[in-house]
Design a protein around this ligand. Structure first.
Ligand SMILES: Cc1cc2nc3c(=O)[nH]c(=O)nc-3n(C[C@H](O)[C@H](O)[C@H](O)COP(=O)(O)OP(=O)(O)OC[C@H]3O[C@@H](n4cnc5c(N)ncnc54)[C@H](O)[C@@H]3O)c2cc1C
Length: 449
């Protein structure tokens, strides 16, 4: 420890760190080998709302690249973050919720981010300030909104507490994930799980199919005779069609009952009965059909939080209730002093944690440029990787690289990359399962430490 402190003080002294933010300079347990953040001469005051995959990353990289003249407030409602990524494996008992918990200590102590544990209750665009639920407000030069999503009620529901107590969607990891796990454990062998999937766009395109696979795998071992019935509002499997089709019809044959084109008309949370109409290729296949579930997992329609709607930042297209942005900077198309990243933004990229991390870096770079009157980078590239467990030991993956297309002003997969399509693994393997653990650790490390 003494040697570490000595090396730290040598490095700090040699690089002139007297002007460090207090929180950072006071933490002598961190080996200081180079100054983070540096003094770049750039200054500004940025407020980030939401400390999830996108918000935590943008806060870190704003300090790393902007330097100690860029004051960054990270306003997050929860004391820590629970990762949605890998949360399907909590349902099968392979992970605990606690193992998916990430704190903000390093962002504060190492990067000098100012953490505010509060909920933003309103945005005053004219006054350039956000109101806090506990009272008070914070002024900004630039505001970054990364609050994720909110969930609508399913038809027939009257109260969001039905998700909390009876029919968990668990599409935001937390107590609902644990409740869904407990319900699966408590159901009798031979009874069925029913899951519903909303129309795209929704958070994590492969996520529902991944969940169907890992639950099916678990049912085979723990609840013989049980099935998972998947009522998909989409016309077919949305991504990785070949892999999931193989998983449903071969690997988990007879356990996954996949039904496309199912529009839910009623969810009774007390009796756990779902009513729906099924239409395939415009032809009605089932009208007012019903399924009785022992465990009901409705994944609801999703939209950007009301906070953004109230601030007038959302698209007027009711099928896309998210915030349109310029993808070179993630500036809102309505207010250029506000940036929207992660699931709340409306782009051509998937709503995924890996993409949220990438958008955060594009956004941090753009803000640093805007604060120092530099032109934006017009050759932005982002990449997305998504690993999907198919059984308790095998996984597939889906990867894509997006580039800025100046003609459409959107992010596109270039034609020379697999004819403009994402690339998928050609089989579920144990090697992919191992790679998934490394990918997850790296992504979370890059975001929170
Ligand atoms: C089951 C499942 C599996 C998934 N698997 C993958 C995967 O394998 N790969 C992948 O890339 N993605 C995956 N995802 C998707 C990924 O989790 C999301 O896309 C990602 O978390 C979105 O990041 P975000 O920062 O926009 O929102 P979030 O990560 O949800 O963070 C938003 C944060 O904002 C906070 N907040 C909200 N409103 C306020 C407010 N008013 N004031 C203060 N704080 C606020 C919230 O508390 C939250 O911490 C998965 C999702 C699910 C549900």
């Amino acid at each position: 420890m003494e040697r570490r402190k000595f090396l730290g003080s040598m490095a700090a002294g040699g690089l002139g760190l007297l002007g460090l933010p207090r929180a950072w300079a006071d933490d002598s347990s961190i080996p200081v080998l180079f100054p983070v953040p540096t003094n770049t001469g750039i200054s500004g005051r940025v407020v980030v709302v939401g400390g999830g995959m996108a918000g935590a990353a943008v806060a870190k990289y704003l300090r790393l690249w902007g330097g100690n003249g860029v004051t960054v407030f990270l306003v997050e409602a929860s004391p820590s973050y629970t990762s949605n990524i890998m949360s399907n494996t909590v349902l099968t008992g392979q992970r605990t919720l606690a193992s998916l918990n990430y704190g903000y200590d390093t962002l504060v102590s190492h990067y000098g981010v100012t953490r505010v544990n509060d909920r933003v209750s309103g945005i005053d665009r004219t006054g350039k300030r956000v109101a806090l639920e506990s009272g008070g407000s914070i002024d900004y030069d630039r505001l970054v909104l990364a609050p994720g999503l909110e969930f609508d009620l399913m038809p027939g529901m009257s109260n969001p507490n039905e998700y909390e107590a009876l029919i968990p969607h668990a599409w935001k990891a937390g107590p609902q994930t644990q409740l869904l796990r407990n319900q699966l454990v408590a159901m009798s062998a031979g009874q069925n799980v029913v899951m519903t999937i909303p129309k795209a766009p929704y958070r994590c395109p492969p996520g529902p199919y991944e969940r169907a696979c890992v639950i099916a795998d678990w049912l085979k071992k723990n609840k013989p005779g049980s099935r998972i019935i998947v009522l998909d509002a989409n016309a077919g499997i949305v991504v990785e069609k070949d892999n999931f089709n193989r998983a449903f019809t071969v690997t988990h044959a007879g356990v996954v009952d996949y039904r496309p084109g199912c529009i839910v008309t009623d969810v009774n949370s007390a009796s756990r009965v779902v009513s729906y109409n099924q239409v395939i290729n415009s032809i009605p296949v089932a009208t007012n059909a019903r399924e009785q579930a022992a465990v009901l997992n409705p994944i609801p329609p999703q939209r950007a939080p009301l906070l953004l709607k109230d601030a007038g930042l959302l698209s007027t297209d009711p099928t896309k209730p998210f915030a349109p942005v310029d993808v070179l900077s993630y500036q809102s198309k309505v207010d250029p002093l506000i940036h929207v990243i992660g699931d709340a933004s409306l782009t051509t990229q998937p709503k995924a944690g890996h993409i949220g991390n990438q958008q955060a870096k594009t956004c941090a770079d753009a803000i640093v440029r805007l604060l120092s009157n530099q032109p934006l980078n017009a050759q932005v590239v982002t990449n997305s990787a998504c690993y999907t467990p198919i059984t308790s030991t095998t996984a597939t993956w889906l990867a894509a690289v997006y580039q800025y297309d100046s003609a459409s002003q959107t992010m596109v997969i270039p034609a020379q990359h697999n004819n403009g399509n994402a690339i998928a693994a050609n089989a579920a393997t144990t090697d992919n399962y191992q790679d998934m653990q490394t990918w997850f650790k790296t992504l979370m490390g890059d975001t929170f430490s």
